[in-house]
Design a protein around this ligand. Structure first.
Ligand code: XMP
Length: 329
């Protein structure tokens, strides 16, 4: 049987056997399910010889840093350092409009910060950390040789991982990938056993480059990021209140780099336009746009315009994937 309790026990034993009693381990937490479950598992095996880092790149959602840090610390008791790198990321992104260039810059900055974290830790410990935890899943791994007992196959070849970005090659860390034989729903089951809050396990996927690919154009222009956070929060909260969150694969707002004319009070306004997108999907490869009731959309659009300064128009994205992608950039 492929029972999750057994998988958990075996993984913990395996980590204890692998990591020497004096060895230290590092892990980058993205705020997503996979890295969180992987870190929690490793923490259970080796305790505070695990050292996690969470990077605030300035591209996170409304109160996301506070919310995920709360989960890491209060719910999961993970040893985690939060690095405020907002200025570092945003200064590098200033003036950048090409989506792939944005992704490259963000990936590169992330490596810089992770590198600095590892070096600081080395100073503090008086020795190099020996291992790196990654939340690689089975679908990320290319099949080759049979693992003990599971009836599944795995290999050590890893697809280029766009989630946490590539990590420094010169660091010579050995990898611990406790989820590499599991599918997403199995990671959630494992998370449940490890007391990761249900709400956290059910969160919609969120791209590594964060809101940078949801502000079209220059993300540092005006208060685009701030407006987007407020709009997104209203949209997501409305979806949760309506009991629709778990029916949807991903829902989010997009900031458009255009202004339109509106009338608010007796004032003519020339303000921002935001788009709402919600899709259903099995795996993110294809997706259908989600059909909301008129009343729901009407309430959300009103709430957004009444509460978010600088927005006077809300549109909905009604394309599926293909021909569109899920994200706008
Ligand atoms: P698209 O937009 O290609 O997205 O239809 C498919 C899924 O992948 C996510 N996505 C990303 N995830 N880094 C990530 O970690 C990225 O650069 C990235 N781009 C898209 C997207 O949110 C959706 O779930």
């Amino acid at each position: 049987g492929w029972k999750m309790e057994n998988v958990l026990d075996e993984e913990i034993k395996c980590i204890k056997d692998t990591v020497g009693p004096e060895d230290h381990v590092i892990c980058a937490l993205s705020g997503g399910v996979d890295s969180t479950v992987a870190a929690t598992l490793v923490h259970k095996a080796i305790g505070d010889r695990l050292h996690c880092v969470f990077v605030d790149n300035g591209l996170l959602r409304y109160k996301e840093r506070e919310r995920v840090m709360d989960t890491f610390q209060k719910d999961l008791h993970l040893p985690v350092t939060c690095v405020d790198a907002i200025e570092q990321f945003l200064s590098k992104l200033k003036g950048v409009v090409d989506p792939e260039v944005k992704r490259k810059i963000i990936g590169k900055e992330f490596i810089c910060i992770f590198d600095a974290f590892a070096h600081d830790l080395e100073q503090k410990l008086g020795k190099k950390p020996a291992y790196l935890v990654q939340g690689t899943l089975y679908p990320d791994v290319i099949e080759s040789c049979p693992p003990p007992g599971s009836g599944r196959t795995h290999s050590h070849t890893i697809k280029s991982h766009h989630n946490v970005g590539g990590l420094p090659k010169d660091m010579k860390l050995k990898l611990i990938e406790p989820l590499k034989l599991l599918f997403k729903d199995e990671v959630r089951q494992l998370g449940r056993i490890l007391n990761v809050p249900e709400q956290f396990l059910k969160r919609h996927p969120f791209p590594g480059p964060g809101l940078a690919v949801r502000v079209l154009g220059d993300v540092t222009e005006g208060n685009a990021l701030d407006i987007l956070r407020q709009v997104d929060e209203i949209f997501i909260q409305s979806i949760k209140d309506a009991g629709l969150y778990d029916l949807i694969w991903q829902a989010f707002a997009v900031f458009l780099p255009v202004r339109s004319v509106g009338v608010q009070g007796d004032q003519r306004t020339h303000s921002h336009v935001v788009a709402l997108r919600a899709v259903t999907s099995q795996d993110g490869m294809t997706a259908d746009w989600y059909y909301f009731e008129h009343k729901f959309l009407d309430d959300v659009a009103r709430k957004i315009c009444n509460n978010v300064r600088g927005v006077n128009r809300v549109v909905q994205d009604i394309t599926s994937k293909p021909p569109s992608t899920i994200e706008w950039e």
